[in-house]
Write a protein of this length. Structure first.
Length: 347
């Protein structure tokens, strides 16, 4: 088979491991030929490619980012975009296209599948909110980085008797906030799934001070809603091609409100892109490798229009349409776990 590969959306630790596994399995086991599209769907529109060989994927397993680079290009918003992509795929004589990305990337792939393009998906999202899979690669790395940051914030907060609010990624789901908050022993965790109750946050901070603990850590997901408006905090009004605004500021908002209402010195820290940069954890390298290998197997089985997923400990596959139908949010069981530890603040 002649197979194309692309990586779309935000970068994520483990992307290179997926590429490497698919190429190595495809060449060694099936005798396949590979090309990579540069910068996600933009590369398909512009027919910008690079050859993917054993040599070109050598040494990339431990690297963060993606050798194919990426972009947030929505071909459905380009005049004739879908048709242009189909023409590129036909011109390159591809028998299959492996799309590595989240719901936006896979939404484009599904639109092409409906036009008869043979696509196989691999789930990628730092936020861990793609439906149908228990874990997306990159999530473990992001949680590890966020947890280490929370651990470090404990010592500086204690030294200065401060409250520190740590803003982490999570547009529609609070997986990173919940995991890193629990693992890091945060005093309050604020997630998009539940409205922020500042009165309860402040009561918990004051109660901690009354017990002789003169510092507090609050972890908040970037997509948590501001109490007054019920809207997310954004950096300006500009949105990307998929309609997403740049989220920024909920951590500073919460910090300002805490200091104003308590008089306690409060600081905000935004971890930002540090969560998605750098080398992937061993868990993410292994999961990404399993996904890449399963994706090329799926292509050879002719099971197009599907995406590989992790269910329990097993890799299986589901329809692309099911994976993008809705976001996978944090369930009540984990919210109750955190609440029982006096961490998640929920009304």
């Amino acid at each position: 088979m002649r197979v194309g590969i692309l990586t779309g959306g935000g970068d994520c630790p483990g992307l290179n491991a997926v590429i490497r596994a698919a190429v190595r399995k495809g060449i060694f086991h099936y005798g396949d030929d590979f090309i990579g599209f540069m910068e996600g769907w933009r590369g398909v529109l512009d027919d910008k490619t690079m050859p993917l060989t054993i040599e070109s994927v050598s040494g990339i397993l431990q690297l963060g980012g993606t050798i194919l680079r990426t972009s947030r290009t929505n071909v459905r918003k380009k005049p004739g975009g879908i048709e242009q992509c189909i023409a590129t795929i036909q011109r390159n004589k591809l028998d299959a296209l492996i799309t590595i990305g989240g719901d936006d990337t896979q939404g484009v792939a599904n639109a092409l599948v409906e036009k008869g393009v043979p696509c196989v998906g691999v789930p990628k999202t730092i936020d861990n909110d793609l439906s149908g899979t228990d874990v997306c690669f990159g999530f473990d790395t992001a949680v590890s980085i966020a947890t280490e940051a929370v651990d470090r914030l404990h010592t500086t907060a204690e030294a200065h008797s401060r409250v520190i609010v740590c803003e982490v990624m999570g547009r529609d789901a609070g997986w990173i906030a919940l995991y890193s908050g629990i693992a890091g022993g945060a005093d309050a965790i604020l997630v998009p799934e539940k409205p922020i109750d500042l009165e309860m946050v402040i009561a918990r901070i004051k109660e901690r001070r009354a017990r002789g603990k003169f510092f507090s850590i609050v972890v908040v997901a970037e997509g948590a809603k501001m109490p007054a408006s019920g809207e997310v905090a954004t950096h300006g009004k500009v949105v990307d091609e998929f309609g997403h605004a740049r989220l920024l500021g909920i951590g500073q908002y919460v910090a300002d409100e805490i200091e104003k209402r308590t008089g306690f010195e409060t600081r905000a820290v935004n971890l930002g892109h540090t969560q998605r940069g750098g080398t992937p954890t061993a868990f993410d390298r292994m999961l990404a490798t399993r996904y890449g290998s399963a994706a090329i197997d799926l292509a050879h089985k002719g099971k197009f229009g599907r995406i590989v997923v992790l269910r329990g400990r097993e890799i299986t596959d589901i329809p692309l349409a099911d994976a993008i139908a809705k976001n996978r949010i944090v369930g009540d069981e984990l919210l109750e776990l955190a609440s029982g530890l006096q961490a998640v603040i929920k009304k």
